[in-house]
Design a protein around this ligand. Sequence first.
Ligand SMILES: C[S@@+](CC[C@H](N)C(=O)[O-])C[C@H]1O[C@@H](n2cnc3c(N)ncnc32)[C@H](O)[C@@H]1O
Length: 342
Amino acid sequence: MANKDLRQLDTPHTHLISAFLAMESPDCLLSLARVCGGGSVTESVQRFIWDQCIGKAVSEQNGNFYRPYLKRFLKKLIVEVESTGAYVLDEFYEQYATFMISVKDDDMAKGLSRILKWVSFLFPDDCSKSGKLVIPLQCSLNLLEGDTGCSIWPSSLFLSEFILSFPEKFSGKSCFEVGSGVGLVGICLAHVRASKVTLSDGDLSTLANMKLNLDLNQSCLKSGLLEPTREVQCKYLPWESASECELHDIMPDLLLAADVIYDPLCIPHLIRVLSIILRQRKAHSHAPDENFEHLEENIAVAEQAGLSVADLSEEIQVLDLLPYLQSYQRSNVKLFCVSCSS
Ligand SMILES: C[S@@+](CC[C@H](N)C(=O)[O-])C[C@H]1O[C@@H](n2cnc3c(N)ncnc32)[C@H](O)[C@@H]1O
C-alpha cells in the first residue's frame, strides 16, 4: 500500500493516509481529513480519500484490507459530508451500497479476527533519515489473542521510535527481545542494521503470527517497499520453563522488552530470565512499559536479583515518528534501562 509517489504529499495528507493504513478510528480519520481540507472534508479531500485510501484498498489489496472497517469509515464520511450540505462523491455511495450487501459487521464473531495494518514511521525533514518506513503487520482485533501477543501495544511503538531515533545504539549489535508479540521491534532493529536479531515469545500462536509478519516484511523487501534488512530469528521462550542452559546460550549485546510486566505472576520468572542473560555479558536491557501499577514493587524485586533499573523517560528525547496515531499516547510510556549491577 506504500506508494513512492506519495512521498511528495504535504504533512496533513501524509498523516491522513498513514492513519488510514494503521486503521485508526473513523473519527480520527475524519479529524485529519478536516485538517487536509482547511476545516471541512472538501471535494478534493474526498477525491484523495477515494484515490489513495478506500478505492485503492478495495481495488488493490485483494481483500487484505479489513472491509468492516472500510464500511464504518465510509458511513461516517458520508454522514459528515452530508451534514454540511456539501457534495458527496458518487463513488462513496456506490461503494457503501456494495458493502451493505457484501460486508457483515459480525466478521469477528465468525472468528475472522486477524487483520492487516501498516505502521508508518514518518521521519522529520531535519532528520538524517528522511521519508518514511512503512511496516505491514498482521494483528488481531482481539487484544487478548495469543496471550496479548497478537496486538500492537504502545510500548512497542515507543521502543520502535527509540530504535529509529538512535540507530547508532543498535547498529552492529546483536539484539534479543523477550515477549516480542507481533515482531515490530525486531523489524525496526533489522532496519537499523543490528548485526543479529532474535525475537522470542512464550505463546505459540503469537510466535506463528510473528513469523508471518517477518515473512510479510521480507516480501515487501523483495518488492522494494522496505530497505534491505538482515534476517530476524524467532525463538519459543516461555520465562517459567526456560532452562539456565538455554538462557546461557543467549549472549546478546542488547536485551529488549516492551510491555511485559503486566502480569504479577510472571515477574519473578521474567526477572530470572533477564538476570541470567544480562549477567553473562553484563549487557543492558531497554524496556519501555506503560503499566505502572506495580512499578516500585517490580523495581525492588529486580534490584534484589542484582539488577539496577534506571528510568530514562525524561532524559532521552525520542523522535515523534507516529504523529498521526491519535490512539497512541506516548506520554503514558516509560523507558527503563536495566543493567546488571553485580
Ligand atoms: C502485552 S504483550 C506485548 C507484546 C509486544 N512486546 C508489544 O509491546 O507489542 C506481552 C507479550 O509477552 C508475552 N508473554 C507474556 N507472558 C510471557 C511468559 N511468561 N513467557 C514468555 N512470553 C510471555 C506474550 O505472549 C505477549 O507477546
